[in-house]
Design a protein around this ligand. Structure first.
Ligand code: HEC
Length: 110
């Protein structure tokens, strides 16, 4: 009797841990997808000689990217941001933030 209870307890625990891991993984954006999305959705304007000033991950520090993404509604290109899903914005943020100027792995060329 005790054994059966222990097995059920362990099974429930494992499922709980698994769900927790899946949720944690989803919360974090995807760096590689973010790079692609940034090129597709942002670099169209934010390139050298483009309609807006050139931007790449090293254009800002991590804190500056955090601020920009928190307050994107105040940017003049907010309509471009609104077209993106929350997940896409999170992916772009992850890419820019993880390779920011003061990050452990700043990008070498844009
Ligand atoms: C249709 C063109 C266009 C697109 C697409 C666009 N922007 Fe912008 N963005 C602008 C313009 C114009 C400005 C204001 C002038 C400037 O700062 O160059 C601006 C300003 C900004 C600023 C503030 C300037 C700064 O250095 O802090 C940030 C940050 C920014 N954009 C990020 C983004 C990101 C991230 C994306 C993709 C999700 C994006 N933009 C897509 C045109 C665009």
């Amino acid at each position: 009797m005790f054994k059966k209870g222990a097995i059920i307890f362990l099974a429930v625990l494992l499922v709980g841990v698994y769900i927790g891991l899946v949720l944690a993984a989803e919360k974090k954006g995807n760096d590689r997808k973010g790079k692609y999305l940034f090129r597709k959705n942002c670099r169209s304007c934010h390139v050298e000689g483009g309609s807006a000033k050139e931007l790449s991950p090293v254009s800002k520090t991590q804190a500056e990217w955090e601020k920009a993404f928190k307050e994107y509604e105040s940017l003049s290109c907010k309509d471009e941001w609104r077209k993106l899903s929350d997940q896409d914005r999170l992916d772009i943020f992850t890419y820019l933030h993880e390779h920011a100027y003061d990050s452990p792995s700043p990008i070498k060329c844009s």
